[in-house]
Unconditional design. Structure first.
Length: 213
């Protein structure tokens, strides 16, 4: 699939929020102080008019598990994971990309398959280690079923790595359950790690997608 048709512009995003997810499982989550804002626009169509594009997914049946705030959210892990939800059971192949805006080519570009409704976890290749403080972007492109080389929408979000403090490490070491760890991360404004442990506590049967280079 041609990356130029995805429109991987570092400053352009489509963020689909799941407020019920954050309010139910990440109680106490607040965005960290002085958040780095990102520009976003919704319902982006790449590679042509959406009126001529047959969507393999019904309506807004695919959503990234990210907050609705138009800012960068954080992870304390150099190897973070990303979650999305499929509300439909349509069989479709999507395109996942992970981007460093200072690098010409995507760090990761891989097709992923969604063949049933539920939650999905994407794990980056083990040899990719992210640099603290740098902003990265992850995208999921939804192809047109009648033209796989074009995309109906590109869903995207931003992430940055913030190393865990010694106090945070101690609190996590003393925590006995995934729910407790999720709450600790939420209180510190570290979204991606909080979601990871929330999923382990509430939906351990999520589908894992382990990417390889």
């Amino acid at each position: 699939m041609n990356l130029t048709k995805i429109g991987l512009l570092a400053s352009v995003f489509v963020l689909f929020a799941t407020p019920a997810f954050s309010s139910k499982w990440l109680q106490g989550y607040t965005t960290r102080g002085n958040p780095k804002r990102v520009y976003q626009r919704k319902n982006t169509s790449a590679g042509g008019s959406r009126s001529y594009c047959s969507d393999p997914l019904e309506g807004k049946s695919l959503s990234l598990l990210v907050p609705e705030e138009k800012v960068v959210h954080y992870s304390a892990s150099a190897h973070p994971s990303f979650f999305f939800e499929s509300k439909g059971a349509a069989y479709t192949s999507l395109l996942f990309t992970f981007v460093d805006p200072d690098v010409a080519e995507p760090l990761v570009e891989s097709s992923i398959v969604v063949d049933e409704a539920g939650y999905y976890k994407i794990s980056l290749p083990a040899d990719i280690e992210l640099v603290p403080g740098r902003i990265y972007f992850w995208h999921i492109a939804i192809p047109c079923s009648n033209d796989p080389d074009s995309n109906r929408e590109v869903l995207a979000a931003a992430i940055s790595i913030i190393p865990a403090s010694e106090q945070l490490k101690l609190r996590l070491k003393l925590a006995e359950t995934s729910s407790e760890k999720s709450k600790i991360y939420a209180e510190q404004g570290i979204w991606y790690d909080g979601v990871n442990y929330a999923m382990k506590a509430n939906f351990p049967d999520f589908t894992l997608i382990s990417l390889q280079k």
